[in-house]
Ligand binder design. Structure first.
Ligand SMILES: Nc1ncnc2c1ncn2[C@@H]1O[C@H](COP(=O)(O)OP(=O)(O)OP(=O)(O)O)[C@@H](O)[C@H]1O
Length: 261
């Protein structure tokens, strides 16, 4: 069976720096794959190549059997790709509920859709969307915050809103860029449970960039390690995190401490 996502030989250079160097990466249907590596190893660049926020200089990307190498981010989103960002990107002055509704609208051809469906049908669609947003807010235990501006929420709650905002688009692949960043240990525990449930209940595959080794080891079925833009290792988390060349790449970065913790 072909992979859901198949990146072949992706390369991205920035003035003198090869941030990602001929990297292959695949994610299967419903699989949770972790992308790890020391600071500056190319993880964010790789994620941006997958989502279309950056275009690869060379290499190809296939998603759901389609060549998406030249597609912009919004077209990849429409094909079923969602993402979260390292620095949370939400509309801080808008309510939690409106952030979800806007996310779904961004994936719909609203103007064209309205005229094609007629106003009654558009209203029905709007109502369906509101019901789905309420369901998801309950799923993420955010109902009590539905009408609050996002900016008034804690970082942990904002991370949950980001996840809900991705899930409302019904993605087949959700790309998460450091979802545990800035979370307290109890919130990291909760995040691990929720991400696994997202995959199990909604059937989506997850590509995860993460520095927190507990998250990576608890959640991921496969790890891909980058170092200086190159793929250094790939495999099951236990084998990869004890691989001497992976440990060596991380020496001096503080990761060994996390890895043992
Ligand atoms: N827009 C850019 N312009 C120039 N150089 C860049 C740009 N983006 C990334 N780089 C460089 O590419 C390399 C890889 O960076 P990238 O952010 O992808 O690494 P990372 O593994 O995500 O790092 P971190 O773990 O610190 O987030 C680094 O040397 C970085 O300085």
């Amino acid at each position: 069976m072909s992979a859901l996502l198949e990146v072949t030989g992706a390369t991205k250079r920035f003035a003198g720096v090869t941030a990602v160097d001929t990297v292959d990466l695949s994610v299967g249907q419903g699989e949770i794959v972790g992308l790890i590596g020391p600071n500056g190893s190319g993880k964010s660049t790789m994620v941006n190549l997958v989502t279309g926020d950056l275009m690869a200089d060379t290499g190809s990307i296939r998603f759901r059997g389609e060549d998406i190498t030249a597609l912009p981010a919004w077209k990849r989103a429409r094909l079923g790709m969602a993402r979260s960002f390292q620095m949370i990107r939400l509309f801080r002055s808008l309510s939690v509920s409106d952030n979800l509704l806007l996310a779904k609208h961004a994936g719909m051809e609203t103007t064209l859709g309205d005229s094609l469906m007629g106003r009654a049908a558009a209203r029905e669609e709007e109502e369906r969307l509101r019901v789905r947003a309420r369901e998801l807010l309950a799923w993420f235990e955010l109902e009590a915050f539905a009408d609050r501006p996002v900016g008034a929420l804690s970082i942990g709650q904002q991370r949950m809103v980001e996840l809900a905002r991705g899930v409302i688009a019904d993605p087949t692949l959700f790309v998460l860029d450091e979802p545990a960043a800035g979370l307290s240990p109890p919130n990291v525990d909760r995040l691990i449970v929720l991400i696994r449930r997202m995959r199990d209940e909604f059937g989506m595959a997850i590509l995860l960039v993460e520095h927190d080794m507990r998250v990576v080891r608890d959640l991921c079925e496969r790890l891909v390690v980058l170092d200086s833009g190159l793929k250094l290792a790939e495999g099951a988390p236990a084998a990869v995190t004890s691989d001497p060349k992976v440990v060596e790449a991380y020496i001096g970065t503080g990761w060994k401490r996390h890895a043992r913790g």
